[in-house]
Design a protein around this ligand. Structure first.
Ligand code: FAD
Length: 386
C-alpha cells in the first residue's frame, strides 16, 4: 500500500469553484485538488450559459460579480491566450401582463448597473428581428453584459494552480473522510491524502461531503436547469444578437457557436446526480421560444441539463465552518458560479490565510456575514435523509 500524501490544503471538487480555489490558495500553500470524474468540469461547470451579466441573482451575487469583473477583463499575464470576456449584451423582454414587473426590475437593475436603459419594443426587434411585435410590450438592455470563455477561465485556473505547485488528481472520488491527530485523512481510489484543511467545492454534493466529514450540512438544494441547441434560422446571421431574457424568468436564448442556445429557465429540485434533460422541459422551452419569436423549432441538435445548487437565501456559502473551522465551505453558487468565481476564489483563499475579506470585495459591500455557513444551520443529516 502506498503512503498517504501530505499537503496543506485538500480541495474537493474540480469544477469552477475548486479550480479557482486551488489557483488562489496555491499562491501561499501546498494544494491537492481531488476530482471524482476523469476530467475536471464534467458537471455543472461544463453545462452553463457562459453569461456574464451584472443584473441577475440577489444583491450579494451582483456585488460579487462587480468584484469579479476586473479579473475577467484583465486576467494575470499568461492566464489565457484569448480574452475571457466577449461582447454580447442582454435584453430583458416583457409581455403586456409583465410590464409592472419590468418597471420594478428596471429600477432595481439601474440602481446597481447605471448603464442599463429602457428600450422600445421596436428597438428590441431591430436588435433581434425574430421577436414578435404582438408578444413584446416592453424591454430594457444591459449593454455591457458579456459572454465568458468558460473553458478558458477553468483551464486558466487549473494551469495556474499547477504552475504554483498544486496537484490536480482526477478519478479521485472522496469515499471516506476522517480526523486523525489534527489532520484530515481523505481516502479515494487514487490514494489517501492528509492535510490540516479541507475546502469543500463539491457543488451539488457539498452536503454529502460535509456529512462524510462529520460536519453539519447547510441545506444545499440542487436544482436542475435544462438547455438545448437549435439551428439558427436559415439565412440569418445571429452572431451579434444579444442574450434575450424574459423578465418573468420563463425562458432565455442567445447565440452559441453558430446555433441558438435556449433554456426554459427551469429550476426543478433534484438529488445530486449526473443531470440530464427531460423531454418535457425541452418541449416547454421550445413552446415558450415559439410564443415569443417567429422561430419554429424543427430540430433540437443537442440537449443537456445541469444542477444549479442553492441555499435558502440564494447567496453562496464561503468560509470556515463555524463549528469545525478546518472545514472550509465553497458551495451554493447557484446559477452564478462562473461569473462569481474570480472574487469567490479570492475570498476563500483569504479566509484560509486568516486575512479576512479582500478589500476590493468589501468595498463592493459584501461582508463575511453574507457568506458564512453559520447563517444557514440545519440539523445534521436533514437534507441527506430527505
Ligand atoms: C444551464 C445552466 C446555465 C448556467 N449559466 C450560468 C451563467 O451563464 N453564468 C454563470 O456564472 N453561471 C451559470 N451557471 C451556474 C454555474 O455553471 C455553476 O454555478 C458552477 O458551474 C458551479 O461550479 P462548481 O464547481 O461549484 O460545481 P461543479 O462544476 O458541479 O463541480 C463540482 C465537482 O465536485 C466533484 N465532486 C462531487 N463529489 C465529489 C467527491 N466525493 N469526490 C471528488 N469530487 C467530487 C464533481 O464531480 C464536480 O466535478 C449555469 C448552470 C446551468 C446548469
Amino acid at each position: 500500500m502506498s503512503a498517504a500524501e501530505e499537503t496543506d490544503v485538500i480541495v474537493i471538487g474540480g469544477g469552477m469553484a475548486g479550480a479557482g480555489a486551488a489557483f488562489e490558495i496555491s499562491r501561499s500553500a501546498k494544494v491537492v485538488l481531488l476530482e471524482r470524474e476523469s476530467h475536471c468540469g464534467y458537471h455543472t461547470t461544463g453545462r452553463s450559459a457562459a453569461s456574464f451579466t451584472e443584473n441577475y441573482g440577489n444583491g450579494v451575487i451582483r456585488r460579487i460579480v462587480l468584484a469579479s469583473r476586473s479579473f475577467l477583463t484583465e486576467p494575470p499575464a499568461g492566464f489565457s491566450d484569448y480574452p475571457l470576456l466577449s461582447k454580447r449584451g442582454m435584453i430583458t423582454v416583457a409581455r403586456a401582463d409583465q410590464l409592472e414587473l419590468l418597471a420594478q426590475d428596471l429600477k432595481a437593475a439601474q440602481a446597481l448597473v447605471p448603464s442599463i436603459v429602457a428600450m422600445t419594443p421596436a428597438e428590441a426587434i431591430q436588435r433581434v428581428p425574430v421577436l414578435r411585435a404582438d408578444y413584446l410590450a416592453g424591454a430594457y438592455i444591459e449593454p455591457h453584459s458579456m459572454d465568458i470563455d468558460v473553458n478558458g477561465l477553468h483551464q486558466g485556473f487549473l494551469r495556474g494552480a499547477r504552475a504554483r505547485g498544486a496537484r490536480i488528481v482526477t478519478n479521485a472520488g472522496v469515499k471516506v473522510i476522517d480526523r486523525q491527530g489534527g489532520q484530515w485523512r481523505v481516502d479515494t481510489p487514487a490514494g489517501t491524502f492528509l492535510a490540516p484543511r479541507i475546502v469543500n467545492a463539491a457543488g451539488a454534493w457539498g452536503d454529502e461531503i460535509a456529512v462524510m466529514a462529520g460536519v453539519r450540512p447547510v441545506g444545499l438544494q440542487p436544482k436542475r436547469r435544462t438547455a438545448f441547441n437549435i439551428p439558427a434560422p436559415a439565412g440569418v446571421d445571429i452572431s451579434d444578437w444579444p442574450l434575450v431574457h424574459d423578465v418573468g424568468a420563463e425562458f432565455y436564448f442567445k447565440p452559441d457557436a453558430g446555433q441558438l442556445f435556449v433554456s426554459p429557465a427551469d429550476a426543478t429540485l433534484s438529488p445530486p446526480m449526473d443531470a440530464y434533460a427531460e423531454d418535457i422541459d425541452v418541449a416547454i422551452g421550445a413552446e415558450r421560444l415559439e410564443r415569443a419569436t417567429t422561430i419554429e423549432v424543427q430540430r433540437v441538435s443537442r440537449s443537456w441539463a445541469g444542477l444549479r445548487t442553492f441555499v435558502t437565501d440564494g447567496s453562496p456559502v464561503v468560509g470556515p465552518d463555524d463549528e469545525v473551522p478546518d472545514f472550509v465551505w465553497l458551495v451554493g453558487q447557484g446559477g452564478y458560479g462562473i461569473k462569481t468565481s474570480p472574487a469567490l476564489s479570492r475570498v476563500c483563499a483569504s479566509l484560509i490565510a486568516g486575512t479576512g475579506m479582500p478589500d476590493d470585495v468589501a468595498r463592493q459591500g459584501v461582508s463575511l456575514d453574507d457568506l458564512t455557513p453559520h447563517r444557514l444551520r440545519v440539523s445534521q443529516f436533514a437534507r441527506v435523509a430527505s
